[in-house]
Structures are given as structure tokens and as C-alpha cells.
Design a protein around this ligand. Structure first.
Ligand code: AMP
Length: 283
């Protein structure tokens, strides 16, 4: 794969569809990195993977109202566009697409994408409509940017699988590429929401990844019994999880002891909801 050098002049910011069309004119081999901003090292890893893979890197920056439910944190979701633009430029993004909601959802917008049954499981059970919102905005971004590749974090593993399903089933012509989760030194998966944790919540949050790793070690030692693996993880959690589930890794179908597996967890710490997962074969 050719390595392309980052742009030296900083990313072009496109806020409207004509801006975007102008910014993309004459560009092919486009990689898209969709984000909601408040960028951290996890987003940087996606931008680097995209930069290494494609001639043109487009980062979208849009806090998508359609993927937040009533009572969720849409209003308080962290926003810092100035910092995000400098991170995107530092990581060599060519274009930052930062549209307003009226650009993504213009008057008359009426279609949404059903993410299929997986959209109602795991995260979807706690967040009805979330993955419909994700699938719809990602499909629209794919239509607007027309990337050949798109990069998503394994941290949001169910989102990655659903976006892959959408791209495959609707034949969108986009290769969806997963990027490994970036973690703090104590194991906590980086998230824009971590800043909302109090010191004591931050400490309890480390038990999420510790619990996953404990089950991972047991799995690496040959244990395949789902109840034992789940109990090992559950006893290490400092909170009651929304869910703690073992699934097949490739498509998040029912756990099969003879196939690659993934352990997924979600929990609320105060008002902050965190998710994490671990591929057990990697443990
Ligand atoms: P967000 O801005 O939270 O919507 O995330 C944008 C993209 O960054 C998604 O594909 C996420 O999965 C990915 N991402 C978020 N946190 C991490 C992380 N800690 N490691 C890797 N990717 C991440």
C-alpha cells in the first residue's frame, strides 16, 4: 500500500454541499473517517490508518442528533471544533466536512436505514433507534463523500459490524475497515465521554477493561464455557452492567465455543454510559 504524505497546509473545512463538492473535485481514492468530534488518540488512530491507506482523507465532524435518544446526552455532548480542526490537520486530513444539521437533514428528508435485527440487540436494547440513526447518517455521509474506504473504531464494535452490514447489503461500494481500540495506560478505552467521569467513577471505570481481560486470560487458557467466562468477568466489575455478553466475533451472532468470540460490556457510571469489548482470541 502506498504511503501518502500528510498535507502541509492543513485541512480544508467544508460546511456545505457545494463546499464539499469543491473540496473533493478531482480527488479519487478517498478514505472517510466519520467522527462526532471531541477528538482523542482513538480518533487519531483512525486518521492515521486512513492517511496510510488513501490518497485523500476526509474526516466528518458531526454530532448526529438522530443517534441520540430522548434523555440522552446530545445537548451536553462535548464540542470543541477549533481543537478538532487542528488535530485533523496534524494527522494529515485533507478535508474536514463539518456540516450543520440542515445540510445533513435538509427539509423534506424522509428516508432512514433499518440496521436489521442486530440494531435491536446489545446497545440497541438500551438505546432504541440508536443504530437506525447511525446507519442513516453513515449511509448519507457515504453518499455525499463517495469514499472507497471508511474507518471505524473497534471500540464501538457493534457499530462497526452494523456499518459493514449496511455497506454490504446495500452494495454501497465502500470497504469498511476496523481500527483497534486505543486505551489509557490503565486499560480504560478512550472515549469523548470519559471527561465526564468523577475521580471515583474514573477509578471504577477501569474495572470494565480489567473484567474483560480476566475473561480473556481464562479463554486463552482454554476455557470455552460461557457461564464461567461471563462469571469471571462479572465478579470483577465494580458496577451492574447494562449487559455483559459473549458473542460470535464476525457477525455478533450467538456465542459458538468453536469460533472466534468477543465479550462486550456496557455500564453506567453516574450519568455517563461507557462501552468496551475484547476479542477473546487476541487475549
Ligand atoms: P465518535 O466520535 O465517538 O463517534 O467516534 C468516531 C470514531 O472513532 C468511531 O468509529 C469510533 O469507534 C472511533 N473511536 C472512538 N473511541 C475510540 C478508541 N478508543 N479507539 C479506537 N477508535 C475509537
Amino acid at each position: 500500500m502506498p504511503i501518502h504524505s500528510p498535507s502541509r497546509t492543513g485541512a480544508v473545512v467544508a460546511r456545505t454541499l457545494p463546499d464539499l463538492t469543491a473540496a473533493l473535485a478531482g480527488r479519487d481514492d478517498v478514505a472517510l473517517v466519520p467522527t462526532m468530534g471531541a477528538l482523542h488518540e482513538g480518533h487519531r488512530a483512525l486518521l492515521r490508518a486512513a492517511r496510510a491507506a488513501a490518497a485523500t482523507v476526509v474526516m466528518s465532524l458531526f454530532v448526529n442528533p438522530a443517534q441520540f435518544g430522548p434523555g440522552e446526552d446530545f445537548a451536553s455532548y462535548p464540542r470543541d471544533e477549533e481543537a478538532d480542526l487542528s488535530v485533523a490537520s496534524a494527522e494529515g486530513a485533507d478535508v474536514v466536512f463539518a456540516p450543520g444539521a440542515d445540510v445533513v437533514y435538509p427539509a423534506g428528508f424522509a428516508v432512514s436505514i433499518d440496521p436489521g435485527p442486530l440494531g435491536g440487540e446489545l446497545e440497541g436494547r438500551s438505546r432504541p433507534g440508536h443504530f437506525r440513526g447511525v446507519a442513516t447518517v453513515v449511509t448519507r455521509l457515504f453518499g455525499l463523500v463517495r469514499p472507497q474506504r471508511a474507518f471505524f473504531g473497534e471500540k464501538d464494535y457493534q457499530q462497526l459490524v452494523i456499518v459493514r452490514n449496511v455497506a454490504r447489503d446495500l452494495a454501497l461500494g465502500v470497504e469498511v475497515i476496523g481500527v483497534p481500540t486505543v486505551r489509557d495506560a490503565d486499560g480504560l478505552a478512550l472515549s469523548s465521554r470519559n471527561r465526564f467521569l468523577s475521580p471515583s467513577e474514573r477509578e471504577r471505570a477501569t474495572t470494565l477493561s480489567a473484567a474483560l481481560r480476566a475473561a480473556g486470560r481464562l479463554h486463552a487458557a482454554g476455557e470455552r464455557d460461557s457461564a464461567l467466562l461471563l462469571d469471571t468477568a462479572r465478579t470483577r466489575l465494580a458496577m451492574d452492567p447494562d449487559y455483559l455478553e459473549l458473542r460470535r466475533r464476525d457477525d455478533l451472532g450467538a456465542y459458538d465455543p468453536n469460533r472466534p468470540a468477543i465479550l462486550l460490556v456496557a455500564a453506567r457510571l453516574g450519568t455517563t454510559r461507557l462501552i468496551d469489548n475484547l476479542s477473546l482470541e487476541d487475549a
